[in-house]
Design a protein around this ligand. Structure first.
Ligand code: SF4
Ligand code: SF4
Ligand code: SF4
Length: 151
């Protein structure tokens, strides 16, 4: 049975600070539909919410990761981070939108790890949302052709 957003909401900090890009109720709905990751709420990463975070993860659907159609050729990646800052899903984080790399613990679709790009949360890519959005910003801005689209 699908998880109810109200079950998730009960475990959220309920401050409505919108650091996740939603109100708490909106975030609960986004989590239930696999359009957000619990780590996008910085409050949930605090030690006092560790138990709530664990319970939320247990409640969330364990569906297969959606297909993005993106193919990364790591050998071509020079780790410039351009794709990280042009990705609109990443840019919901104001620091990334300002050109900084995601910090440890920040939710991100794409991030450079050890000098190479990684698609760390493919399910948050616009192409993989329940209602997919045709996006190819990372593909078009990569200077080396390290990200391509299949199909
Ligand atoms: S960041 Fe967390 S506390 Fe703030 S609105 Fe989002 S879910 Fe609520
Ligand atoms: S296709 Fe768009 S949403 Fe998906 S990772 Fe690339 S830039 Fe981000
Ligand atoms: S995939 Fe392309 S744009 Fe992204 S970090 Fe690697 S070289 Fe830069």
């Amino acid at each position: 049975m699908p998880v109810s957003p109200f079950q998730i909401y009960a475990l959220l900090p309920k401050t409505n600070c919108k650091k996740c890009g939603y109100t708490c109720m909106g975030f609960a709905a986004a989590l239930a539909s696999m359009e957000a990751e619990p780590e996008a709420c910085p409050e949930l990463l605090k030690p006092e919410f560790a138990e709530n975070l664990k319970k939320i993860k247990e409640l969330l659907p364990k569906g297969e990761k959606a297909e993005t159609g993106l193919i990364i050729t790591e050998e071509r990646c020079i780790g410039c981070g351009v794709c990280v800052v042009v990705c609109e899903e990443n840019r919901t984080n104001v620091e990334i939108a300002a050109g900084k790399g995601p910090r440890l613990g920040d939710a991100a679709v794409l991030r450079v790890e050890n000098g190479v790009i990684k698609l760390v949360t493919p399910e948050r890519c616009k192409r993989a949302l329940k209602t997919p959005v045709f996006c190819r910003a990372c593909v078009e801005h990569c200077p080396t052709g390290a990200i391509e689209l299949v199909g």
